[in-house]
Design a protein around this ligand. Sequence first.
Ligand code: GLY
Length: 377
Amino acid sequence: MKEQWAEEALEKVRKKIRVTAEKNRDKIPYKTDENGDYDDNSDIREDGSGLDWWTNGFWGGTLWRMFEDTGDKAFAEIAAISEKKMEACFDHYYGLNHDVGFMYMLTAGADYRLTGNKESLRYLLHAANLLAGRFNPAGNYIRAWNDVWGHNTGWAIIDCMMNLSLLYYASEITEDPRFRNIAKLHADTVIDAFVRKDGSCCHIVEFDPETGKRIKSMGGQGYGTGSSWTRGQAWGLYGFVISYIHTGIKKYLDTAVKIADYCIKNIPESGLIPIDFRQPEEPALEDCCGACIMACGFIELSKQFEGKEGAAYLEAGKKILKTIVDQRCDFSLDCDAFVQNCSVAYHSDGHNVTMNYADYFFIEGLHKLEDIGSFYW
Ligand code: GLY
């Protein structure tokens, strides 16, 4: 699987991140500003945009990956700083939501996996219990977000497929199947309520929280109702591969294949991923963050097949990552982040921005190609 271009890219990553990690050691960054400097989300903010922000695990996750890659303990030390800070979110409580999987799997989860740290285990199990507590047995879904956009108790989102790994890991550690059973029920609901016949996925689905009846889907961060937000397709693709890896349930693999085949049909020749596969031609908005997640999903999916069967998925993953390396990556010290041209949502001002999770999945993807590091999901 090894690729010369991927190894060369990783060498540049190693060089740059030694500097940026040290420069930002006391921060929990999300994105860079106009000077290329990282912001900081280390403080509790009532609107949830600070220490509770859902992307806060990706900085630690990136550093744990680099610790595994280089053996340099400085990366582990800096990762542990953000993990410790994020303990305060449990006390604050109100800012936490379905994204505790993203937040704690890549910090506490990676730490526990790699070092056996007992404090990390406590964070991890606390987070798993919060996630399990969001499950609604009427409708069999894990509730998304809190009441930020009205009283949306019936909302679930495709992104949450990635948070299920926290539940699988909690069951594995505690040998208590409750967490895994909740994850499976949610994944089954997503197959029925989110994944369309052609393999495209809705972003948000609203259920009646009393009866569980599906009410409607919403465009969410994509172009509109019935569209195909590419980062959502990526969360679904990778999320179903992860559910298959943890359960061996064939319909999860089949669903990942269905989403992957749909994506392959819609990826432009350029290898650059739009924000939505169903957006108008102009403006040609793109999302390199979704691209990196999709690449990870493709590569992991390819590993589930013997011989040549998964080759098309591996090639799709490689093509996306190579396009990012060649055209959308800043390996210089002018910008703290690597991956450029990310998008928050189709209908937002956040286009052509950097995002810490784009960098996380970019590095995870390169590591997959080079067989470096552990599987954190
Ligand atoms: N809602 C999570 C994301 O932006 O991908």
